[in-house]
Design a protein around this ligand. Structure first.
Ligand code: GLA
Length: 334
């Protein structure tokens, strides 16, 4: 079932909250197509909110470190904010040192989306004009959230009138103990990836490396905190995990919390997933106060900076082609 109510004005525009309810309850704001809350049955017969979130439009946009927002046009970093497409060099906004991060200064996370409902799906759409943040082509994009039983499915759509770069994701921060718990280090994580991308000091991916015998080996389930403080150059560069895993399977990852009994499977048709251990969180006040490592992200996407790499799929959307990708979060009890 889907209901909605007026939320607040942002930049003179009305924003709305949508509640998608089945066995789980998901609250989505039309600002940034942001997921503010995901309440899931826990082992005590209650519902636990497993995602971090802000409570007002200003904080959603300015303080929330992209919590729950849709990211784009291109998720993660593009080195020097630059790429070449059809022999033209495009210079994008450099909003993270020299890099372009998460779509730039005014990415999808800051747009007010138009909403419509189709059965148990919420469709949020926006148009990014030719030249927006430096990207070519007028891009019509949409995200569809569907709650069915204990599954939250996220689908992305896009179509552009010129060849462009399109690589959307969602930036949910999870803590399966509950969002107010403050610490994700005991969340147990398994990732179906035998390799990951090392990064440089700007967190731009470099070589693809095997995870075996490194702290990045999540092929067998282990607590996120088990190796996070190991004396490892890659962990030091990022202050924890902030790396892309090269996925082998549609079942990308499984996470569970012994405290709440909540288990989450992540399915996706994307080839990459960024594990980010909330290293930059620093006491933001939202539903709770969020410090370093109080949430983790599993951002399904193309490899970061893939537009400038030749060893992977590039996030190029050709003029007139239709983009579609999907990621599902499936909740069960241990
Ligand atoms: C992504 C990046 C991180 C950081 C967060 C937002 O996950 O990989 O480095 O920028 O977003 O704070």
């Amino acid at each position: 079932m889907i209901t909605h109510q007026f939320f607040e004005k942002y930049n003179g525009k009305d924003t709305y909250l949508y509640l998608l309810s089945d066995k789980i309850d998901v609250i989505v704001c039309t600002l940034g197509a942001t997921i503010l809350s995901v309440r899931v049955p826990d082992r005590f017969g209650n519902k636990t909110d497993v995602v971090l979130g802000m409570t007002n439009p200003d904080d959603i946009v300015n303080k929330g470190d992209y919590m729950g927002a849709v990211i784009g046009r291109c998720a993660n970093r593009i080195a020097d904010g630059r790429f070449t497409l059809n022999d033209v060099i495009y210079q994008l906004a450099q909003n993270n040192g020299a890099s372009h991060l998460h779509g730039g200064e005014n990415g999808f996370d800051k747009k007010v989306f138009n909403a419509s409902v189709d059965g148990n799906s919420l469709i949020l759409e926006t148009t990014s004009l030719d030249g927006d943040e430096g990207y070519p082509g007028t891009l019509k994009m949409g995200v569809k959230y569907t709650v069915h039983g204990s599954t939250l499915a996220i689908e992305y759509f896009g179509e552009s009138d010129k060849d462009t770069v399109f690589n959307p994701t969602n930036h949910l921060y999870f803590n399966l103990n509950g969002e107010e718990d403050g610490n994700i280090l005991d969340n147990v994580l398994q990732i179906n990836a035998d390799s990951y991308l090392e990064v440089d000091q700007n967190l731009i991916p470099t070589v693809k490396s095997p995870v075996a015998n490194t702290p990045f080996d999540f092929t067998q389930a282990k607590p996120i905190g088990q190796n996070i403080d190991d004396n490892d150059m890659q962990l030091r560069l990022a202050g924890g995990y902030d790396h892309n895993f090269c996925l082998e399977d549609n079942l990308a990852a499984t996470v569970y919390s012994v405290k709440s009994g909540i288990c989450m499977d992540v399915f996706t048709d994307c080839c990459g997933m960024q594990l980010y251990s909330g290293n930059f969180l620093k006491g933001q006040e939202g539903k709770s106060v969020y410090n370093k490592r109080s949430g983790f992200c599993l951002e399904t996407q193309f490899y970061p900076n893939a537009i400038n790499r030749d060893d992977c799929l590039k996030p190029i959307l050709k003029a007139g082609d239709k983009y579609h990708s999907s990621t599902q979060y499936v909740f069960t009890l241990l």
